[in-house]
Ligand binder design. Structure first.
Ligand code: GTP
Ligand code: MG
Length: 343
């Protein structure tokens, strides 16, 4: 498939070559024509990596925890990939996010591959570009891929469509937990980490989370309801979410002192074992594939429709201006474009 150079790149990625992977990721990011073809040749070699999502408020300590998790996983001989989506602060381990070249050069451990990703503004949104990176890391032979996303807006919900295990990181104080629950984080959490447990109020945060979980248990199937609701709202697959038979553990951590991190690893491992039992892993993978496929399809359809629109009606901005000025009917335009895509 394609030019020999492209196959060469895929082979080098499969051999775990960092530079080849970085190159492919850059090309995917830039929407280079050959990049997707290369990714597709890699797909049959993926599916081995276990994906852990970490989400939580800005500054909750997600990167610090990720940093400690990397150390534990490496000590256990695992190869680790890390994707930080829209990072606002650098990793404590010295890798400077946002500077790809320096990150590569400073990576002391060749089996750890860290990559940051700015997605906002992309048509495909978080899941598409992040999933591409997950695939590349998977193809590289990473055993575990950690995905860090800031828990604001849709991103923390979308991370559930990428990860096998979602760790929601909260911190004491500021009523953050209630906010997190409002944002639907409770529905996607497989494990709760109460980080900065060295700070006052950690007990309270743990209690609040316990109360919320108990509430959920006593109310009739709220996760299903919420998932279905979100599905209608976003016409996307519902995030897999924890099953009714899994009770998300709450783990206290102090990332900066490496306290509780072993417990966090244990909790993730237990969730992994839970998924591996009774085909839940396959169900989760299917739900992930469904969400990713719908996102991909939507991206393709919207791109196709917009291209047709611009060819027929002029630039999108101009069409939008006419809609705003009540000179064009958005319903008629959308119906017309959708109908044309069907033929
Ligand atoms: N006291 C205390 N501080 C912590 C702990 N974990 C992290 N921090 C500090 O909290 C700050 C933010 O940590 P990060 O790991 O960058 O947090 P983050 O969630 O990745 O932040 P963003 O990616 O910007 O959303 C840093 O100054 C850390 O040193 C902890 O357990 N206790
Ligand atoms: Mg961070």
């Amino acid at each position: 498939m394609g030019a020999p150079g492209k196959n060469g790149l895929a082979e080098r990625v499969l051999a775990g070559e960092v530079r080849a992977a970085a190159r492919l990721m850059r090309d995917l990011d830039d929407r280079q024509p050959g990049a997707e073809a290369t990714l597709r040749t890699l797909l049959p070699s993926t599916g081995r990596a276990y994906v852990v999502g970490l989400t939580g408020a800005p500054g909750a300590g997600k990167s610090s925890l990720t940093d400690r998790l990397i150390a534990r996983l490496r000590a256990a001989g695992k190869k680790v990939g890390v994707i930080a989506v829209d990072p606002t602060s650098p990793f404590t381990g010295g890798a400077i996010l946002g500077d790809r070249i320096r990150m590569q050069d400073h990576a002391l451990d060749p089996e750890v591959f860290i990559r940051s990703l700015a997605t906002r503004g992309h048509l495909g949104g978080l899941s598409r570009s992040t999933l591409d990176l997950v695939h590349v890391m998977d193809a590289m032979g990473k055993d575990v891929v950690l995905v860090e996303t800031v828990g604001v807006g849709q991103d923390e919900v979308e991370v559930a469509t990428l990860a096998h295990t979602v760790v929601v990181v909260s911190v004491p104080g500021l009523g953050d937990d209630v906010q997190a629950i409002k944002a639907g984080v409770l529905e996607i959490a497989d494990v709760f980490a109460v980080n900065k447990a060295d700070r006052e109020g950690a007990d309270r945060t743990v209690r609040d989370l316990q109360t919320m979980l108990e509430l959920r248990r006593t109310v009739a199937s709220p996760p299903e309801h919420d998932a279905a609701h979100r599905c209608v709202e976003t016409s996307e697959a519902p995030p897999p979410g924890p099953g009714a038979d899994w009770e998300p553990p709450i783990v206290r951590t102090v990332a900066i002192r490496d306290e509780g991190v072993g417990d966090l690893v244990d909790a993730i491992e237990r969730h992994r074992a839970h998924l591996d039992g009774n085909g839940r892993r396959l169900a989760r993978d299917t739900a992930r594939a469904r969400a990713a496929f719908v996102a991909l399809l939507r991206e393709r359809l919207v791109a196709g429709a917009l291209a047709r629109l611009e060819a027929a009606e002029g630039r999108l901005d101009e069409v939008a201006r006419r809609i705003a000025a009540r000179e064009a009917d958005p319903y008629a335009l959308a119906d017309e474009l959708a109908a044309r895509l069907r033929t």
